[in-house]
Design a protein around this ligand. Structure first.
Ligand code: ADE
Length: 233
């Protein structure tokens, strides 16, 4: 039995509600203008929170889960806009790496997404990715693996989406993952980012996001709970 303390993070209430509703021994704590839910899932200790949307809030929540609540593993669950044409609404993607598509000091000759002493693309934990692949196999679910691009923008136009695709070779985009990656890699905490597709970051994106947020968030949350069961390190 693993004795890890696993952080499970989302950005929006819809992304963590299906997880909180399955926890036992639930205790709510207010910290840094947010609510943290400590509990157990099938005997494993977890701490769950949603950050609110965007990179700054995600950074604060990921840091708090680790530095204040003592989590030593972080799993992110939520929805994303598809870039890859292979991804349809409800499909799952795991990040092998994350980049910030809105980070731009190209005026100084640097590539997009890069600042000195940082990396354009931060890799996720290989053990956690392998667990995800095992879970997907067991459940007979399709699971794409690729680069996820993060930025403080809801992308709803194909020009921007195509630029992100070409510049970062990204397969999906969202608004928090790379912040979590920066925090976890800096604090040496193994982390994992899972997203279920809610839209295709095109002109229909806001309508599709509203329509599919809840159902796609639940697909991702259910998968994350199966991963908690499978984590045994
Ligand atoms: N999360 C889900 N869909 C998104 C989109 N189109 N842009 C940014 N974040 C998203």
């Amino acid at each position: 039995m693993s004795n890890r303390k696993i952080a499970i993070m989302g950005a929006m209430p819809e992304e963590i509600e299906p997880i909180i509703s399955k926890l036992k021994d639930l205790k709510e704590t207010s910290y840094a203008a947010n609510t943290y839910y400590e509990g157990t899932y099938n005997g494993k200790e977890v701490v769950v929170a949603y950050s609110k949307i965007g990179k700054v809030f995600a950074t604060l929540t990921a840091t708090s889960l680790i530095a204040k609540f003592g989590c030593d593993t972080l799993l992110f669950s939520g929805v994303a806009g598809a870039i890859s044409p292979e991804l349809n609404i409800g499909d799952l993607i795991i990040a092998d790496g994350l980049c910030q598509h809105d980070l731009d000091i190209t005026a100084f000759g640097h590539p997009y997404g890069y600042v000195p002493e940082g990396e354009v693309c931060i890799p996720t934990d290989v053990y956690l990715r392998n667990i995800a692949k095992e879970v997907a196999k067991e459940k007979g679910l399709k699971l794409l693996e690729g680069i996820i691009a993060t930025g403080d923008q809801f992308v709803a136009n194909t020009e921007r989406k195509d630029w992100i695709s070409e510049t970062f070779k990204a397969h999906a985009l969202e608004m928090e993952g790379a912040s979590v990656a920066v925090v976890c890699s800096s604090l040496d905490i193994p982390f994992f980012i899972l997203r279920a597709i809610s839209d295709s970051a095109d002109m229909d994106a806001s309508f599709n996001f509203d329509t599919f947020l809840e159902s796609s968030a639940k697909i991702s949350a259910d998968f994350i709970l199966s991963m908690v069961d499978a984590i045994d390190r």
